[in-house]
Design a protein around this ligand. Structure first.
Ligand code: 5AD
Ligand code: SF4
Length: 361
């Protein structure tokens, strides 16, 4: 590998930071075949914080109704071909209870933007989950909402919130999200963080129009916003959307970006997302080797899974039973950790030194 590239990687590993032009140079020059050194640095960095642990999150996709019309997503409101469903709170609670029994200590409640689930309904649900599943962390992934709703759900016990910013380019954002505003998106993220949620941002890799320059800005945005979690995944076209004929994003590029994000934000919780695993049958293994440390298996009822079709052929493998998951994670040289897996940033110094015990909890 050429000297300049090696020098930049070493600097990134040392300082967890690079200037925009340096990042751009890395992005343009590094190819998957030459990325071994990058991945090795990313793994060393994650071992320093999270060791070899891989945290699991039980993902409950509880409604595929959505009032938005994002150009890339199969759940957009103008897609009349998708069969819509909603799980009632009792059904969601029972999914969480089964996940709890299986050992999960984080549940992610995900849906389109669906007004059916008011603040009152969700607050009751969160309280019920906390009561029935003591010690379970609750993560919400339900899109934009007024600050009061975010606040009320936080007060009800929600711990974390995932809201991808989708793209850092205001132009691209507004092109692909009719009726939505980039400023409002960022404001939501700031509000979530301000309220106290462990907050997750993230973007889609390979959205048509996304250049390396936009990707360099993505990393700078993340470095500045400093979220506890970052979710990224390759774009996968869905035929019933305006972007149905556009080419898919690259898994290789996603892996390179995962590694760069690990290096820029050493303490971040970084999932190998379903989109990676959909396009590549060894997606989990490759993602973990690139510095990711979270896997989010879908646990909603089988009848719903097929209908939660953000993109076509969403990976079946994510529904794998725990023993299969454990086998794959261990074979890749990591260990499953069923604890809550809070952000390293949130742990007190004393807890950090007793980290081994926490992980075992
Ligand atoms: N390809 C890849 N990711 C997608 N998402 C939505 N549609 C697609 C697609 N076609 C992502 C968005 C959203 C998350 C739940 O799924 O980033 O935030
Ligand atoms: Fe709705 Fe989210 Fe899909 Fe956009 S990406 S249409 S907000 S479910």
């Amino acid at each position: 590998m050429e000297k300049k590239l090696e020098g930049l990687l070493a600097k990134l590993y040392r300082n967890n930071h690079l200037k925009k032009l340096e990042l751009l140079y890395l992005l343009e020059k590094i190819t998957y075949l030459k990325a071994d050194l990058l991945f090795a640095y990313a793994r060393k960095t994650r071992v320093k914080t999270y060791q070899r642990r891989v945290y699991l999150r039980a993902l409950v996709e509880f409604s595929n109704h959505c009032r938005n019309n994002c150009w890339y997503c199969g759940l957009r409101r103008e897609n009349k071909k998708v069969e819509r469903y909603r799980l009632l709170p009792e059904a969601i609670l029972s999914c969480c209870a089964s996940a709890y029994q299986a050992g999960y200590r984080t549940v992610v409640l995900q849906s389109g933007e669906d007004k059916f689930y008011t603040a009152a309904v969700l607050a009751d649900l969160i309280q019920a989950i906390k009561k029935e599943c003591p010690g379970m962390a609750v993560t919400l992934s339900i899109g934009e909402a007024p600050r009061e709703k975010y606040y009320r759900l936080y007060r009800a016990g929600a711990d974390r919130f995932l809201l991808r910013h989708e793209t850092v380019s205001a132009d691209l954002y507004e092109r692909y999200h009719p009726g939505m505003s980039y400023r409002r998106r960022l404001q939501c993220l700031k509000e979530l963080k301000g309220i106290g949620y462990q907050t997750g941002a993230g973007f889609i890799v390979g959205l048509p129009g996304q250049t390396d320059e936009v990707l360099a800005e993505e990393r700078l945005f993340l470095k500045e916003f400093d979220p506890e979690m970052v979710g990224i995944g390759p774009f996968i076209p869905h035929p019933e959307t305006p972007l149905g004929n556009s080419p898919a994003g690259s898994v290789e590029k996603t892996l390179i970006l995962l590694a760069l994000i690990r290096l820029l934000l050493p303490e971040v919780l970084l999932p190998v997302t379903t989109a990676v695993n959909t396009l590549d049958r060894y997606g989990w293994e490759k993602g973990l080797a690139a510095g990711a440390n979270v896997i989010m298996p879908v646990v909603s009822p089988a009848a719903c899974r097929r209908k939660y079709e953000i993109y076509k052929n969403k990976a079946g493998v994510d529904y794998a039973a725990l023993p299969e998951l454990k086998r794959r994670v261990e074979k890749a040289g990591f260990e499953l950790d069923m604890s809550r897996g809070d952000s390293y940033k949130r742990l007190q110094p004393a807890e950090r030194s007793g980290w081994g015990r926490i992980g075992a909890g």
